[in-house]
Structures are given as C-alpha cells and as structure tokens.
Design a protein around this ligand. Structure first.
Ligand SMILES: *Cc1c(COP(=O)(O)O)cnc(C)c1O
Ligand SMILES: [Zn+2]
Length: 428
C-alpha cells in the first residue's frame, strides 16, 4: 500500500468503508460529460451531473526504451496506468503482452492484404478481462477494500475470482444463472462465493450496485472502482502499437459489450500520439456486436446519439449487455474515426468461430466469433478497406463456450477399427 493515503473513510453512495488513494501519475477522476474533477477514490459518478468518471493524468516524459525495459506484461505500461507506485509489492496476476499474430490465412480468405489477430485468449484466465481486473485489484487494495467483487457475463467473474485468490482477498462474483457451465466452473474453482442470479446481466448489475450501497468495504471492479478497472483496457492499444514496431494500425475491429474496451483502445492510441511514442495518423475503429444484443450497432445505423436498451438473446453471452454503460462513447469513437458498428446473426457468430479456427488455428469463444464474423461483413459491405492494415482483437477462448459450437462440429465418421472401414469414408 502507498504511504500517501487519506485515512478518512469515504461515504459516497456505493463507497462505504473505502478510502481515497495515490495512483502513480494519475491526478484525479474527471467527469466525461462536464469535466468536473473528483479525488482518486471509489467514485464512479460525477457529483455534479452523474456522468461517468474517468482517470486523468499528468504524464512525465515516457520513452519507448523505458517501456521496452519493463516486464513482458501489462505492468510495462505502469507509468500510463492508475496504479500505486509500489505495485511490485502486491501479489497480482500478470496478464498482457499477448501475441500479435500476422493472420495471412484469414487475410487471404477475406481478401485483406495485411491482417493481424491480437490474441487475448492466452491471458491467465483466457480472456482480456485479466487486464482490467489486474488494474482493479491494485486499486481495490489501495482503496482499502475487504471484498473483491463483480457482476459478470462470465469472463470477468473468472478473472476476479482467480486474481483475488492469488492476492489472498475475499472474492464474491455474481453471474446470470443461465451462464455457460464452463464459465461457472472457471469461477467456482477459485472462489466459494459464486452467486448465480435468476435474471440477465443487467439485472445482476443492478443488484451489484445495490449491494455496493449496503455493504462496507466492497470493491465491485466494474461498478465502484470502474474508472480504475476500465483503464486496464488501454494496454491492448499500447501493445498493438508497440508490437507493430511503435506505430498505429489503420483499422481495428473490437467487440462491444459495455463498450469500455473499444473506447479505451482509442484513448490509448491518443495518449501514445500525445506522448510522441507513435507518429500521428488517421485510424478507424470498428465495433462488433451480435444481432441478438446490438443496441450500439442499432444506434450507429440509425444515426442516433443515444443507445436504447434491449433485452439480450444471443449465444454471445459475454457480449450480452443490453444497457451498455459506454455505448454512447463507442458511437463517438466510431463516428469520429470513420469506423462503424456492425452486428451479425448467431449463425454467423458460429461461422466466425470456425473461420478463425480453420485459418489460424485459434479457437475463440462466441465474442471472438462475433468479431471475426463482423470483420467479414465489414469487408463484404465495403465499410472496411481491405487494402489497409487491420487488427482484429480476439478477446476470449473457445473452450469456455463449447456448447455454442458443439452441434456444428464433430467426428467426420465413426468407424470400426479396420482399414476397410476407414477407406470407405473417403477421407484419405
Ligand atoms: C467483457 C468482454 C468483452 C467486452 O468488453 P466491454 O469492455 O464490456 O465492451 C469482449 N469480449 C469478451 C470475451 C469479454 O469477456
Ligand atoms: Zn459531470
């Protein structure tokens, strides 16, 4: 823990029993709507206008060499994240610096000349959520949390339960009760406090806010410490730029649930430009949703400035947030950069999973199937320029959503153990 903490307890709604803290180069929390400044504490809504809060910084000069000399995980970007100076002392998971794969086969299949897959399925609990959770955990400890918790569509619960176990802090994770079994097991192995709620994610999220208001000392990673949590997604943007040799790609395709990840990749690119770590250039950011939960895509296509909530019904459960907190900011980013938000059917999600598996040997979950499927649709509809360098982000791992694809693949033949039987299949 940092020595410079305010020991006075914070009594804002949802923040009881937590305190303010010191977070490296972060200077405060700033309202995304009105710019009002708030102290670095367990706050997520602006006291003036209830707008969402975001971490503000005063960055020192940061060099490529300093970053390259750091560890091969997200902490190499520590100077650009809201983490206490003595983060080394905290037991923590070490996600990040996942592979950026030149996807020649998938590119050839889709007619894209220069395509990369940023493969976040290899993080400690096999999704990009380990990045945001690592940041949220260091924040929770600095803020004096006793319990590390989250409402989750699955992957977040896995990451919170695992990181909390390693840090020796009590975890309680809440999920919709109809969640895929592997994602339930992937949480329950790490914690004895997995709570399945009869309702959809938006119901679970509302319940979490209520609990945060009632209980003392609970850090809900994506509720009352959300500003710190969200910054972890910036590391995806930093890594893509660094792994391309310190330059920005022309186009990036990113899945959208709450929309946080997409907006933070854009924030990361902007910071890298401002710090002189990459050359300024135009880039386009595209969002991917499943048609069964596509409130942001619908708003984009209708030219709306607001996102109308929907009731999710899709196999892409990790993206099934009907009332996305950062939806309007996704619209801003995609419109400002000349990108788009698209959606595809569940069948196309399955096709996307198979396409990535059979071209690049990567087994992605339904979120990745959505992203790859949307990439294909963006090319086919002329929204994405196939002559420009493109990065598609794979955020999760297929073994967690086996049921989604299990009926689409299987043995080509079931045969007697004889050569004649094999020859009869025509496979040879
Ligand atoms: C949570 C999640 C996302 C989307 O994240 P948001 O920041 O909420 O938009 C994408 N893919 C996977 C696999 C996820 O678990
Ligand atoms: Zn405000």
């Amino acid at each position: 823990m940092s020595a410079v903490v305010t020991e006075t307890e914070v009594r804002a709604p949802g923040s009881a029993g937590l305190r303010e803290g010191a977070f490296g180069n972060a200077t405060g929390l700033s309202c995304r709507e009105c710019g009002h400044a708030t102290a670095l504490g367990p706050f997520y809504a602006c006291p003036e206008c209830f707008g969402p809060l975001e971490v503000a910084y005063d960055f020192p000069a940061v060099t490529r060499e300093e970053i390259e000399a750091g560890p091969r995980n997200i902490w190499r970007y520590k100077a650009l994240l809201p983490v206490p100076d003595d983060i080394e002392l905290s037991p923590n998971t070490e996600p990040g610096f996942t592979r950026l794969l030149n996807a020649r086969n998938l590119g050839r299949e889709l007619g894209i000349e220069n395509l990369w897959v940023k493969d976040d399925s290899t993080n400690p609990t096999n999704s990009f959520k380990d990045r945001v959770v690592a940041c949220a955990l260091s924040a929770a400890r600095e803020l004096g949390a006793k319990v590390f918790a989250c409402p989750s569509t699955g992957n977040l619960a896995n990451a919170v339960a695992a990181a909390g176990a390693r840090a020796g802090i009590k975890t309680v994770v809440f999920i919709p009760s109809d969640l895929e079994k592997p994602k339930q097991v992937n949480s329950a192995v790490y914690t004895d406090s997995l709570v399945a709620v009869d309702g959809n994610y938006d119901d679970v999220n509302r319940l979490a806010s209520e609990i945060a208001g009632e209980e003392d000392g609970w850090a809900f990673v994506n509720v009352n410490v959300r500003p710190f949590y969200a910054e972890g997604s910036k590391t995806l943007g930093y890594e893509i730029a660094e792994q391309l040799g310190w330059r920005l790609p022309d186009q990036v395709v990113i899945p959208v649930a709450s929309g946080s990840q997409l907006t933070k990749v854009d924030k990361a690119f902007q910071e890298l430009i401002a710090l002189g770590l990459v050359e300024e250039k135009p880039y386009r950011i595209f969002g991917a949703q499943a048609a069964g939960c596509s409130p942001v895509s619908a708003a984009f296509k209708d030219g709306h400035q607001v996102v109308r909530p929907v009731r999710p019904d899709t196999i892409a459960k990790s993206l099934a947030i009907g009332n996305p907190a950062d939806g309007v900011y996704v619209l801003d980013v995609c419109r400002r950069t000349g990108g788009a938000v698209e959606d595809i059917t569940d069948d196309q999600v399955r096709e996307g999973i198979l396409l990535l598996a059979r071209t690049e040997g990567i087994f992605t979950e339904t979120a990745g199937g959505t992203t790859v499927g949307v990439l294909k649709k963006l090319v086919e509809t002329g929204q994405l320029d196939p002559t420009l360098e493109t990065v598609v982000i794979n955020t999760g791992m297929g073994l967690k959503t086996l049921d989604a694809i299990a009926d689409s693949v299987g043995p080509a033949a079931t045969i007697a153990p004889s050569y004649a039987a094999f020859a009869a299949t025509g496979i040879a």
